[in-house]
Ligand binder design. Sequence first.
Ligand code: APR
Ligand code: ZN
Ligand code: ZN
Length: 361
Amino acid sequence: MAQQVRGVIAPGKNEPVRVETIVIPDPGPGEAVVKIQACGVCHTDLHYKQGAINDEFPFLLGHEAAGVVESVGEGVTDVEPGDFVVLNWRAVCGQCRACQRGRPWYCFDTHNAKQRMTLLDGTELSPALGIGAFAEKTLVASGQCTKVDPEVAPAVAGLLGCGVMAGIGAAINTGQVGRGDSVAVIGCGGVGDAAVAGARLAGAAKIIAVDIDDRKLETAKKMGATHTVNSRTQDPVEAIRSLTGGNGADVVIEAVGRPETYKQAFYARDLAGTVVLVGVPTPEMQLELPLLDVFGRGGSLKSSWYGDCLPSRDFPMLIDLHQQGRIDLGAFVTETIGLGDIEQAFARMHDGDVLRSVVVF
Ligand code: APR
Ligand code: ZN
Ligand code: ZN
């Protein structure tokens, strides 16, 4: 039997979000219904509301979520009712060239639930990032569910579904930060701070946080930054070089997504170092670099997509490390809120005071 639950809808471009009754179908083949326990508020949810991602309104917002599997459809063997799971954006196919080469984050044939959730009048909803978890329950593909230790707080577990995983993964998966490395992180919002925490987890000796906002640098210190650079008052490339014996950092992680910070990252790395690009630029952005520098500086330039994570490998591992006190994922939860508080959470995110507001059910 289809069921009715409350969920948060973005009805149209820049219109305020609102709580509505939504209809969840029974899970079909390969699908699962998950009872949501917590879901973080992310910039991407705001971008959906603003129509900046696409115009397939109405959206069912929310995508950084954890909960308990309530029911599964035919043929589902990877999870079962009662499992505590973290959701991810897309189930990968396991068959395509990317999957076969062990890089499923580039899978060509990912999928979400085939059936649609609707409003009471039958209007189909577009779930944000294929999830839609600002709702008491949601319908996903079973491959979007990763089972993790149920002892962890749901508000903490859900964060791995997006920005926090992107940042930690940029450091440990894409950047392959190693013990004793020097790491610089340019841009210390949620993603950059998670990269700082990832670098600390990986054993980096020096972690240099760069931002234009002193408040962000203070938070980065709590996450593990050993040095801070305000790039409004100091040239970040010079500062990073002088903090690393004149060489530049072994790994530089860019978590802003702008041409000037891409360029800073490029020049702040050690000659044989790695630049990790996790900040997402907009289509019109361009960067000009002398080819001799591209050639002569060696090293590598890598973009990081969802932290190059493998959910089944990385989600349980990070939750185990959190439970052991080796990384503090709880530090990313600034406040917990209710389903009706999402507009206010968007406003606070804009003011820059909050790492994550998390809706708990
Ligand atoms: N130099 C240094 N830091 C900057 C600059 C700059 N020129 N401009 C902005 N920043 C800082 C901001 O002060 C803020 O602390 O970058 C940080 C960006 O953080 P958020 O806006 O909170 O964004 P976040 O969620 O961390 O995402 C960062 O990563 O995954 C991508 O799409 C995401 O492109 C975005 C980026
Ligand atoms: Zn997100
Ligand atoms: Zn695939």
